[in-house]
Design a protein. Sequence first.
Length: 260
Amino acid sequence: NSVISSLTRRAFTVCSPQHLDAELDTVYNICLCNGFPPHDTTTLMSSVLAKLSRPKPTSTRRPPREFLHRVTLPFHPALSSRIKRVLNRYDIAVTFSSSSTLRNALTRTKSSPPADSTPNVIYKIPCRDCPAFYIGQTKRPVLKRIKEHEASYHNDSLYNTDGKMTSAPAIHARDNAHTMDWNSTQILASAPSRNHLNLLEQSYIHTLQPSINRTDKVPTVNPQWISLFPRIATSKPRPAGIHIKPRKLPPKSKRATRST
């Protein structure tokens, strides 16, 4: 039966209309020559031709939605579906990619930089004298930013010429006569871009509630992300490998004072 059906279907789909009858006669004669019963052959060929000639029903599926924007994000088993639903509301199509592929594993020719040279990170600085800690972000190597915090404390340059704060952990240490544990700085997470850093920083600040951070300086993100903050801020901290030699503070009279 499968031989007759296959030959009949092939004749119907390949032959032009003016040659179809001749091709079907050829199929019929070949079947008879190979021992197929005439009645069964005719019945089966007629059944196949009836199915192929039947008009196809029109599709009731809705056409795919057209989006104004498209974005590709790393796949996360717990977050991807939620993120897609949120972004679809804003007319953004989302596709997901795998961060660990065979190509990435085989073509990784560069070694990872030392922890203290890692850029684009969220870091945490603990206080040595109390449970308080500070969470910040930097696009530069984390060691360079930690040294800037430490220099602000050591030089008492806590505010710039515009009166803006240069280092919240340095101000905490000075106001409370505490010592920040620079060498125990941890890297909480890393990100490929500034937008990712803003989202990660606000996630960790919202989840961990660091007392040293100023809430008015936290980067703003869309409120739709707030429910996802606890899931985003789940990376395991790792030591930043900071090694800063302790320095004695100069006498108060020699330290720079805040500009007014």
